[in-house]
Design a protein around this ligand. Structure first.
Ligand code: PMV
Length: 286
């Protein structure tokens, strides 16, 4: 028997723009998914296409049990964390000798298959390595970690990433002169934020700007506006939606002492709050 766990992720800057080759910054977050794998010939399995595909890809027989601290379908990368943790537990239990890069690439292959082509390699990369990750020119690179206090607000409104990405693509095709400057502005904010991780007030301001630009792309939602406003008015340095938008989650960058006040304000606005910070471990054996 082997148990491994893998972290979730948030986009700090640049979501949607990354689809058009712009830079983005993602981060591993503390809530994790734990997966226990047991050997066996025809064991009962959790009913998950991700788990099925992990066994299929590695060619071994076994069962898997999931315990998740991450809400699913909310843009926090829970399916990537399930896939990465399962592959890693299979790797441990059957001594397959896969290294992290092999786990990340196999997990992406599985996500792509299950999600019919529209999976984000950033989710599986961040869940495997953890830390702060720069996405640039379609490649991912780990940056030095930053100690950011975040509160996540889950709108509990489910969204479909593929639909939202398709919508932005269509908007851009029909209105390139309107949409391209928005994508350029998101790029500028992402690049400036890289130089301002030490200055959380400025970073928060950039989050506010990134949120407005995502709204301009048409991926906002009234519940996101509500939670972002609640976080800002209760003392956050800044707040924005994270991931595909249209529901899902927002993040607030907070002064350390105000985390619980901001979490309470998000809950009072009917969101589910998670107080969190960076995860630098990535996938690990428990
Ligand atoms: O799956 P989510 O909600 O974390 O959003 C993915 C982020 C996008 O930039 C919209 C898509 C992508 O593949 O990067």
């Amino acid at each position: 028997m082997a148990t491994c766990s893998a972290p979730g992720k948030v986009f700090l800057f640049g979501e949607h723009a990354v689809v058009f080759g712009k830079p983005g910054i993602a981060m591993g977050i503390k809530p994790r998914v734990f997966v226990t794998v047991r050997r066996g010939k025809n064991p009962p399995r959790v009913n998950s296409p991700y788990i099925e595909n992990c066994f299929e890809q590695t060619g071994v027989n076994g069962s898997a049990y999931i315990h998740s601290q991450l809400p699913s379908s909310s843009g926090l990368g829970s399916s990537a964390a399930v896939t990465v943790a399962t592959l890693s537990a299979i790797n441990e239990e059957y001594n397959l000798g896969m290294d992290r890069s092999h786990i990340a690439s196999t997990a992406f292959k599985i996500e792509k298959k299950v999600q019919r082509g529209r999976a984000s390699p950033t989710d599986t990369f961040v869940s495997t390595y953890g830390g702060l990750v720069l996405v640039k020119d379609n490649k991912r690179r780990i940056l030095p970690p930053e100690n950011l206090s975040l509160v996540i607000g889950n709108t509990m409104v489910s969204h479909k990433t593929a639909e939202l990405v398709g919508m932005v693509g269509e908007f851009r095709r029909s209105n390139p002169h309107v949409v391209d400057p928005i994508l350029d502005a998101i790029e500028a904010v992402t690049i400036r934020s890289l130089h301002n991780f030490h200055n959380q007030k400025t970073l928060g301001r950039y989050m506010d700007v990134n949120h407005a630009l995502l709204e301009a792309l048409g991926v906002g939602h009234p519940m996101l506006t509500r939670l972002v406003t609640a976080a800002r008015t209760s003392g956050a340095y800044g707040a924005k939606m994270t991931g595909a938008g249209g529901g899902g989650c927002m993040i607030a960058l907070c002064p350390k002492r105000s985390k619980s006040r901001i979490a309470k304000a998000i809950e009072a606005a009917e969101g589910r709050a998670i107080i969190t910070s960076i995860d630098t471990d990535g996938v690990r054996t428990e």
